[in-house]
Design a binder for this molecule. Structure first.
Ligand code: 5GP
Ligand code: ZN
Length: 132
């Protein structure tokens, strides 16, 4: 099946078109397995493969946006959804009372390694400041 056909198949499900070369798009399309925590038509949450805290969840838009540096006014609602889902998951994971951290790395100096916007939700341990 060609990339174009895969993308068409996703759009028929009501999901936006994806970049089939992107790891997180492929997770969103179900091509690469992930430990899913929450899913809706616009936003997906799954556990980080290399957790840096007892709870480490990544929350992503299904639509491919490479970095927050590329976001526009039209993405404001979507980004709000990422934070609201993260807040709900923090409560469900039991890390809300103790406190938790949300992180978005933007660009290589910040440590961004996957160029599909993602919000890290980390908690379950004490954290230092400033981050490394
Ligand atoms: P970044 O450094 O770009 O902010 O974060 C990328 C995150 O994606 C890292 O924490 C890394 O462990 C995670 N990651 C990379 N590849 C995979 C994968 O295939 N599956 C999952 N679940 N997480 C991944
Ligand atoms: Zn992507």
């Amino acid at each position: 099946m060609t990339d174009r056909l895969l993308a068409t198949k996703e759009s028929e499900k009501g999901y936006p078109l994806a970049d089939t070369d992107c790891l997180f798009c492929r997770i969103a399309m179900g091509e690469i397995p992930a430990d899913l925590v929450r899913s809706d038509p616009e936003v997906l949450a799954f556990r980080d493969i290399n957790p840096q805290a007892p709870t480490h969840i990544l929350i992503i838009p299904r639509r491919h946006i490479a970095s927050v540096s590329e976001m526009t006014e039209g993405d404001a609602h979507l980004m709000g959804k990422l934070f609201l889902m993260a807040k709900d998951l923090a409560r469900e994971e039991g890390i809300s009372p103790g406190g938790y951290r949300m992180v978005v790395n933007a660009g290589s100096d910040a440590g961004q390694t996957v160029f599909h916007v993602h919000l890290h939700l980390l908690g379950g341990r004490g954290m230092g400041w400033p981050p490394g």
